[in-house]
Design a protein around this ligand. Structure first.
Ligand code: GLA
Length: 392
């Protein structure tokens, strides 16, 4: 009897004595969408240590790190064979100095270091995956100094995505180093519904992005089609947990500067991670001016962390709005069509009263456009945007 009466206290002490880390107790990671560079979109499997060092050098030299780009991530194809004890090793031909030395180099440039694995037995290009080795791999990543892990979804057979990513999250927690977990399940299992609970900091909502405005390119999906797939998911984004409509193609040559400005603007409106995917050692003036537009980046990184949404659409013409701190709105006037058009944002579309004056700033022109009452109209290029901040 006495034992049963004290059972609640025993249980309480048990909890205090043997705490398990809950989601809320994890270190605060990715409070704004992660920014960085990833090797995949431009280099695919052609990675090596010189390339990654060079990306880190150019991230600093170009000024990208000064405007917020931080993570240098090696995507697929760095993995070698596991050793006799099952420890994952880098491909010795491609990474002869080892991953620890590379991570140290990236850190020495004031940046953070990311790596890639897969939840299945093998990763997408056929190299080793982490299935059955999660705790061992997470310990290895922590020992190397990894700060960011992208975990892909190839060769997963009948695995359950939710439990597979939970295992990796628990492994990262057990390894004791704060590591951003980037879930790359491509959206089929609706990771936006469970990604936060299993400890993911970002989750892919779509298949891979093509370097084109619209339509498919092999298995890859056009940029504006990706926007459509991600658009309705805005309620699931917030500090520490973001929708990931895939990495940037800005600067890879398949779109015009106008289209790349649209790409970058829409990613900022959707509070998407900004992972550059181009060759940082050979950037045109246009590419630099897009990737380093501080005012557009400030929208992406706004601390409210509220993703924007489409508030009006008529055929090829759209208006998007995003609430920012301080009562500001970010607004995009998007023209998906092939001829220039005027687009109007009405204050009532963005939650402002119709009868008030608001200050308008054009972020790509970097110009204050004065004050406007009830609405604002601008000419928008074919496949282009006008991106604004509006403030009552
Ligand atoms: C998948 C992912 C890509 C990339 C490749 C690597 O396609 O979605 O982002 O990581 O695998 O093989």
């Amino acid at each position: 009897m006495r034992f049963f009466r004290s059972l609640p206290i025993i249980l309480l002490l048990g909890c205090i004595g043997f705490p398990t880390l809950t989601y809320a107790q994890q270190p605060l990671l990715a409070q704004t969408p992660p920014m960085g560079w990833n090797s995949w979109n431009k280099f695919g499997c052609h990675v090596n240590e010189a390339l990654i060092r060079s990306a880190a050098d150019h991230m600093v030299a170009s000024g990208m790190s000064a405007v917020g780009y931080q993570y240098v991530v090696i995507d697929d194809c760095w993995q070698g064979e596991r050793d006799a004890n099952g420890n994952i090793q880098p491909d010795a031909q491609l990474f002869p100095s080892g991953i620890k030395a590379l991570a140290d180099y990236v850190h020495s440039r004031g940046l953070k270091f990311g790596i890639y694995t897969d939840a299945g037995t093998k990763a997408c290009a056929g190299r080793s995956g982490s299935r059955g080795h999660e705790f061992q791999d997470a310990r290895q990543y922590a020992a190397w100094g990894v700060d960011y892990l992208k975990e892909d979804w190839c060769n997963t057979g009948t695995q359950n995505p939710e439990s597979s990513y939970t295992t990796m999250h628990e492994a990262l927690v057990a390894a004791g180093r704060p590591i951003v977990l980037s879930i790359c399940e491509w959206g089929a299992a609706k990771p936006y519904l469970w990604g936060k609970e299993v400890g993911g900091n970002l989750w892919r909502t779509t298949g891979d992005i093509a370097d084109k405005f619209e339509g498919k390119d092999d298995y890859r999906i056009g940029m504006i089609d990706i926007v459509d797939m991600n658009a309705a998911l805005y309620p699931y984004a917030g500090p520490g947990h973001w929708n990931d409509p895939d990495m940037l193609q800005v600067g890879n040559g398949g779109m015009t500067p106008v289209e790349y400005r649209t790409h970058f603007s829409m990613w900022a409106m959707m509070a998407a991670p900004l992972m550059a995917g181009n060759d940082l050692s050979a950037m045109s003036a246009d590419t630099k001016s897009i990737l380093m537009n501080k005012e557009v980046i400030a929208v992406d990184q706004d601390s409210l962390g509220e993703a924007g949404r489409r508030v009006w659409r008529d055929g090829d013409l759209e208006v998007w709005s995003r609430n920012l701190t301080g009562g500001y709105r970010a607004v995009v006037l998007l023209n998906r069509g092939t001829t220039a058009r005027n687009i109007t944002v009405h204050w009532t579309d963005i939650g402002y009263p119709d009868f008030l004056n608001a200050q308008v700033r054009d972020l790509w022109k970097a110009e204050d456009m004065g004050s406007a009452k009830s609405s604002y109209t601008a000419g928008v290029a074919a496949h282009g945007v006008v991106m604004l901040t509006v403030k009552l």
